[in-house]
Design a protein. Structure first.
Length: 474
């Protein structure tokens, strides 16, 4: 051992200054010798959090079987901080930890057995399956459930028959087993789950959780046979359970590229499912309702804008295909909650030019001059509360709806005493493609504020215009 390493070990193990112990722990991060590993492992019990964290980082950096063997004993530590630190570290070390952890599956303490199982499940390697199977009959229920979950995380197909037995033997394992079978993803489990689904629906009042877990698993791994079963029971269930069945049907249909079935009442069900808390249910409802172009469906879709970015992405694609989206967005904007307005304005901006082109070509008879006037007013009213992105969309829409009114609207903002607001107007207008935009920006070339004038010049130049020859005015 070189003198410097010996000095660092001494500091880590005995120095009274926690900063020096922490620094020593950091300096030992490249030492793979057993003495350094043992000292760093001991430092996981240091009274200083900084020292403990530094020791954990160094042990992770060193890695390997020796580190795992040095820290695995802490799975039985009475200090929960040390135990959790060791558990997290073993998990991060991955597959190299498995040989060190396996003996602890037979530890006399059920808490320690559970810790060992949980870590193996988080590592996710299928290798220790054979060692976990005996714990499916462990005397402690928590250990059994953790073992089921771990086998699911490992995606261990070898465990299927043992999981089937656990489901039938111990009622408390059923939701966990169903979830694990879904994670494993082996289609051969479908028959077992379909049979148990029928049984669970009979006892749903006593056990409402298991049917949900089974249906979710079937939605993950099911095929045509599962689809037939789910279609046959969808009319027999109600409420959230019905939504779960609809989601499973949607997932299976999408995975196998099949159209969603036309079953009685499903239109109303999916309209209801739009309001579920589960995002995946909402997205499936949007996808299924794509086949219904009625106005009430479009209105329901518009009403869900602005609730989440993921849902907006799906809604935007669908709403762009519907003739009545623009009108219903304009009508709905004033009455929807303010947090949703940004997304509705974005859709209006996305559709304005298409609608105008259709009207000019003699289509979309529901739109007249009064409607476009009202649309202008509704969108303009969003300026005060809109963020920068929304204001850019507002200006774009206003110029498309009525360029002259847009200029008048912006004139009022142009005369605002706050120069930063005037600069913001320039930046917003610069982002739109209207031919009048450069002329309007040129109005700011004679602004009283030097900074505003400079922004106007640089903006026009960035768009390829010579400020000296652009005519102020729209």
């Amino acid at each position: 051992m070189i003198p410097e390493t010996r000095k660092q070990l001494a500091a880590l193990l005995a120095d009274e200054d926690p900063d020096l112990r922490r620094r020593a722990a950091e300096d030992l991060s490249h030492c793979t010798g057993l003495a350094a590993v043992a000292a760093l492992a001991a430092a996981l019990e240091d009274e200083s959090k900084g020292v403990r964290d530094a020791a954990a980082r160094s042990l992770q950096s060193i890695g390997g079987v020796n580190v795992s063997r040095a820290i695995v004993e802490y799975l039985d530590a009475k200090n929960i901080v040390t135990r959790n630190l060791a558990s997290e570290l073993l998990m991060k070390l991955g597959s190299t930890s498995i040989p060190a952890i396996i003996p602890y599956l037979e530890h006399p303490s059920q808490d320690t057995r559970k810790f060992a199982v949980d870590i193996l499940g988080l590592i996710g390697n299928e290798e220790p399956t054979q060692h976990l199977l005996p714990l499916l009959v462990d005397p402690d229920e928590n250990v059994v459930v953790s073992t089921v979950e771990a086998l699911g995380n490992m995606k261990s197909a070898r465990s299927l028959p043992f999981l089937f037995e656990a489901y039938d033997r111990d009622e408390y394992t059923r939701p966990a087993v169903a979830e694990a079978l879904g994670k494993i993803g082996d289609p051969s489990a479908s028959g077992f789950l379909m049979d148990r689904l029928r049984q669970s629906l009979v006892t749903v009042a006593a056990d409402p959780v298991t049917p949900f877990a089974i249906i979710e698993a079937l939605g993950t791994l099911g095929g045509d046979g599962v689809l037939t079963v789910l279609e046959s029971i969808v009319t027999q269930v109600k409420g959230r359970l019905r939504s779960a069945v609809l989601l499973a049907i949607s997932r299976i249909s999408d995975r196998h590229q099949r159209p969603l079935p036309s079953l009685p009442g499903l239109r109303a069900d999916f309209l209801s499912a739009l309001k579920e808390d589960d995002l995946s249910v909402q997205i499936s409802a949007v996808q299924w309702l794509a086949g219904f172009k009625e106005e009430d469906v479009t209105a329901a879709l518009v009403g869900r804008l602005g609730l989440s970015a993921e849902l907006d992405a799906v809604l935007g694609t669908e709403l762009a295909t519907r003739e009545d989206t623009f009108r219903l967005c304009v009508n709905g904007l004033p009455v929807l909650p303010v947090p949703q307005h940004k997304s509705v304005v974005a859709i209006i901006g996305r559709l304005t030019m298409d609608v105008i082109r259709h009207v000019m070509s003699g289509g979309l008879g529901k739109y007249d001059e009064d409607f476009f006037t009202r649309a202008f007013d509704v969108v303009a009213a969003e300026w005060e509360s809109g963020d920068e992105e929304t204001r850019a969309a507002i200006v774009d829409v206003l110029f498309h709806l009525d360029g002259d009114r847009a200029v008048t609207f912006l004139d009022a903002i142009m005369n605002d005493p706050d120069p930063w607001l005037r600069i913001h107007v320039i930046e917003v207008i610069a982002a739109i493609a209207d031919r009048r935009a450069p002329d309007f920006i040129a109005r700011f070339l004679e602004d009283d504020d030097e900074m505003v004038r400079e922004v106007a010049v640089s903006t026009l130049q960035s768009r390829g215009f010579d400020p000296a020859i652009v005519t102020p005015g729209a």
